[in-house]
Design a protein around this ligand. Sequence first.
Ligand SMILES: Cc1ncc(COP(=O)(O)O)c(C=O)c1O
Length: 423
Amino acid sequence: MSTAQTEVVSALNIAAIRAHFPSLAQTVNGNPAVFLDGPGGTQVPQQVIDAISNYLRSNNANTCGAYATSRNTDAVIAGARAAMADFFGCDPDETVFGPNMTSLTFAMSRSIGRQLRAGDEIVLTHLDHDANISPWRALEERGVTIQMVEVNEEDCTLDMDDLARKINDRTKLVAVGYASNAVGTINDVKQVIRLAHLHGAMAYIDAVHYAPHGPIDVRELDCDFLVCSTYKFFGPHMGVLYGKRNHLQRLQPYKVRANTNAIPNRWEWGTLNHECIAGITACVDYLADLGRQVNPAASSRREAILSAYSAIQKHEHELISILIEDLLKIPGLKLYGIRDPKRFQHRCPTVAVRIEGWTPLELATQLGTRGFFTWDGNYYALNLTERLDVEKDGGFLRIGLAHYNTVEEVQRLLNALREIVGK
Ligand SMILES: Cc1ncc(COP(=O)(O)O)c(C=O)c1O
């Protein structure tokens, strides 16, 4: 694909974007609500809400029946698979729907675990969300050895030398996050995947936190699996997994007899959440519409999605630059993660801080009453909060920006924080 087709010719129109998200107009105690909780789940545009309710209104049925609404349901699911294939850059039958990333990962670990023997190794990282740790740790009961990769504490990046040391010919799988939901680091997953493959291991990428912030290309990455959750990128509460066709065909799922052996059906048990699946197409189309606005030359949905992400990254870069520069001026504030503006392409606009004299919960509560929705604690990145020894003190305050946030919101947040801590 030529770069010209995904080139962005105009910036995001944030006011127009915000008008698509009804929830952004809410107030708290007379203050406009400021949604800085995207890493816990983003808001949804009207077209996602409409797609979900239209499905329930007009097509609510089970699949594979010999009547109109059931056939429409089959078409809705096929449409969402095609949308996710455009999102990932793969074929539709390589996408698997599930309730969330965690459930999909437990399903995959059970299946992959069937082939593992005592002495086989799995490489995990201290930077990851527990959903990409516990499902693999569960295989220790089969005699599998877990190797944990260290984190460089000064900037919360992955220790790539340690990773290279821990992958060896006994390694069967390397499970790594694309980006950290706690401190925002974007990992060099392409290099991780290359190292895994050099030793004949599979690479399992958790793209949940990365998906709202950057484009995904599973063929380019050459990952074996990649999983994300649509509720983190403007869609409904569901998870979607990409698996290389040969793995989805060769691995043995635990499934009911009524499931066929065809992919992806052999990985999708029971009745799916059809209304949310309708919402998935709408959320991918929302991104593609955004892409066509900033690049009218985008000729396919995939190109439009890539254009949307180029524009999203530019806007988020501006927001994070302002946020981090001014946060660092607050006395007693410690920021965990990359803080050098020259390296901001290696981080998401997700910031973890602590302020001397305040617990993260106290700060989040104070901000909450003023209408700023932030998060406190470990957000299940428990290995990292333990590693950095902040778990016992309430973890971090997390400020998570999304493309619908404005410069003005960031400035108001900074004012509010300064007012709360009296600096
Ligand atoms: C990086 C990361 N991985 C995995 C998960 C778990 O996703 P789900 O809620 O879809 O199971 C989350 C949820 O916050 C996350 O941020």
